[in-house]
Design a binder for this molecule. Structure first.
Ligand code: FE
Length: 355
């Protein structure tokens, strides 16, 4: 890659050189900067991504400068406009990725490697964003109070037997919004609304807290069933205080069997991903970093760090994931699910989900 970048710049510099001798100095300067750096704006914590960047730098000589922010990245990119130093934006959730794209802050990337390594449902059709890790929205149930086969699908959550027994976080949190949006994508607005109404009717309490708080509530007997992202199981098992919460539940990957077209197929997945910014000053080096993160080595490191799933088929899983075994994932394109996000947020209001 470095060779390719150097060749690319030798071409460009040859041209500049013929224009003015003064430009030679500038050319050397820009070519060094071009080949040597990638600037990253990240919503992902440094401890998750910095170790991978270090390996990338070691491999290619390209330095990665990352800026971490909890929020405000979109506004910052907008303000900086074409002067932005950012090449790549790393973020979590299909909602945030599409927000950045819809604000016109990204550019399309065509890369055979990215298309080979990342399944189509996890990338924007024109290459405006790419999923790099994935997370399953699973159902967890009380080991003591729910049988292993009592609940098999997202649709089952509306069954009257679960009345007053389910806990979830806010219906307007991006994780719940994406799940509702996926129900709309599969079934249309009307049926999806019936589903959300049915789920709401079975809640044990007003939606509150994060995903882990729902598992805690099962441990405390507040509810028997919850919907969470899978990696929180790994996180709880690493925290002595939370181990008892994790041990109180059984993990279930919804919608695994062929329900003869009665139900959607496969567990709902969301992603963390990356976009190339519209004005990326170090475009080629940035694409090289994207390709590295989608490669077998990048995937192994990235997914393991946060207990997420790699997006690349065949990339190695961690021991906890292996213990849960393989499962069927929803194959509907996240780009299509994302189109229903606004409707899903409205729907949460309409059914009074958070009331
Ligand atoms: Fe999370």
């Amino acid at each position: 890659m470095i060779d390719a970048l150097m060749k690319y710049h030798a071409m460009k510099c040859g041209h500049v050189f013929s224009l003015a001798a003064l430009a030679v100095g500038l050319c050397i300067f820009t070519s060094t900067v071009f080949a040597a750096e990638v600037n990253v704006y990240s919503y992902r914590k440094p401890k998750l991504i910095d170790p991978m960047f270090a390996v990338f730098t070691q491999k290619t000589g390209i330095k990665v400068n990352s800026v971490y922010a909890k929020k405000g990245m979109l506004e910052r990119l907008k303000q900086e406009g074409s002067n932005s130093p950012a090449d790549l934006v790393f973020t979590v959730d299909i909602g945030r990725l599409t927000d950045i794209q819809n604000a016109g802050l990204t550019q399309a990337v065509q890369s055979d490697e990215l298309e080979r390594d990342i399944p189509a449902q996890f990338r924007e059709p024109n290459g405006h964003w790419f999923g790099l890790t994935s997370r399953a929205r699973i159902i967890v149930t009380s080991v003591d109070r729910v049988g292993a086969d009592d609940l098999k699908t997202y649709e089952d959550l509306t069954d009257a037997r679960w009345k007053g027994r389910i806990c979830t976080r806010s219906g307007k949190h991006p994780y719940m919004v994406a799940l509702t949006a996926s129900m709309i994508a599969h079934y249309g607005t009307e049926k999806a609304k019936d589903w959300l109404t049915g789920l709401k009717a079975n809640l044990a309490r007003k939606p509150q807290g994060n995903d882990r708080a729902q598992v805690k509530a099962i441990k405390e007997g507040v509810c028997d069933v919850a919907v969470i992202n899978h990696y929180y199981m790994a996180k709880m098992l690493k925290d002595p205080k939370q181990v008892p919460w994790a041990k109180a539940v059984r993990v279930m990957f919804p919608n695994q069997k062929d329900f003869r077209l009665l139900h959607r197929q496969g567990t709902h997945m969301n992603i963390s991903g990356v976009s190339l910014t519209k004005h990326a000053p170090n475009r080629d080096a940035a694409i090289a970093l994207m390709e590295f993160l989608a490669s077998a080595k990048g995937q192994r490191m990235y997914a393991q760090k946060n207990g997420e799933y790699p997006v690349t088929p065949g990339a190695e899983w961690n021991d906890l994931q292996k213990s849960w075994g393989p499962f069927k994932q929803d194959e509907l394109a996240l780009a299509d699910i994302a189109k229903n996000r606004a409707a899903a947020i409205r729907m949460a209001d309409e059914v009074g989900y958070n009331q």
